[in-house]
Design a protein around this ligand. Structure first.
Ligand code: NAD
Length: 256
């Protein structure tokens, strides 16, 4: 059972990370929440989750664009049986207009942070004799869309690194997998709607159905609760032989 295990979930004061943290807390896991801010409401969110589920929840601020800060997050957590690399940002622009600082930030936050946290977490998992690495990649870790060069590159990179971590831990009771969501309604997706409306000169409803959900055959957004359930499954004993692979939660996107 996963009850009592400690999970570090990066980028978890919002969206998918928070959904996963909620599912973990509900299963009796101790959870470390994270984002780059250090506000009263971040710590209050941890207290609220702890109270609601009668488990230990802490918030540790760390800006994951900084590799050393990413490493510090995991060492400060003290133990890390489950590592969820979820923090991510997006920027949408044609490659010849793509700002270099956005490219660098996306590669650092969406990809390199997972390298740094995994490097610190694996020795802790080995010492504990059990571990799960869960990387939140994307359908864009398996396929591409125009105007998302940095994001698609970072997510493909995360899928590749996941396979390497799985091979390096193959004979140990540790697994590494990537979850590849299609569109999930979160603040990150919400913030893409105005750009998409401008780029394609569409109203909101048309932009959502014909652009965002164009490649999601179900024509429905996945939910953060469904992502939490998928992550929890990967922590279960039933998933002990699932390693080095991807699980799509994308309403059929990658079947197209
Ligand atoms: P979100 O914006 O709600 O959450 C992103 C989280 O990352 C937030 O907690 C944010 O504070 C944190 N974060 C951002 N920059 C950070 C930094 N420098 N240091 C630490 N934390 C930082 O977005 P979301 O949709 O929940 O996205 C979560 C993950 O899921 C991302 O990796 C995203 O690429 C991936 N994803 C999302 C969707 C979707 O449709 N929403 C689809 C596929 C993949």
């Amino acid at each position: 059972s996963v009850a009592g295990k400690t999970a570090v979930v990066t980028g978890s004061n919002s969206g998918i990370g928070l959904g996963i943290a909620r599912s973990f807390a509900a299963a009796g896991m101790k959870v470390v929440l994270n984002s780059y801010t250090d506000r009263k409401e971040d710590h209050a969110l941890a207290e609220e989750l702890a109270r609601e589920h009668g488990t230990e929840v802490r918030y540790i601020a760390a800006d994951l664009s900084d590799g050393e800060a990413a490493r510090r997050l995991v060492s400060e957590a003290g133990s890390c049986d489950v590592l969820v690399n979820n923090a991510g940002i997006q920027h949408v622009a044609a490659i010849d207009e793509f700002p270099t600082d956005k490219w660098n930030a996306i590669i650092a936050i969406n990809m390199s942070s997972a390298f740094h946290t995994t490097a610190v977490a694996l020795p802790m998992m080995r010492a504990a004799g059990w571990g799960r690495v869960i990387n939140i990649a994307s359908a864009h870790g398996l396929t591409a869309s125009p105007y998302k060069s940095a994001y698609v590159a970072a997510k493909h990179g995360v899928v590749g690194m996941t396979k390497v971590v799985a091979l390096e831990t193959a004979e140990e009771p540790i697994t590494a997998n990537a979850i590849c969501p299609g569109y999930v309604m979160t603040p990150l997706v919400e913030s893409q709607i105005p750009d998409t409306m401008r780029k394609y000169d569409m109203d909101r409803e048309t932009a959502v159905r014909d652009v965002l959900l164009q490649r999601q055959p179900s024509k429905e957004f996945a939910t953060t609760d469904q992502l939490g359930g998928t992550a929890l499954f990967l922590c279960s004993d039933h998933a002990a032989q699932i390693t080095g692979t991807t699980i799509s939660v994308d309403g059929g996107w990658t079947a197209l």
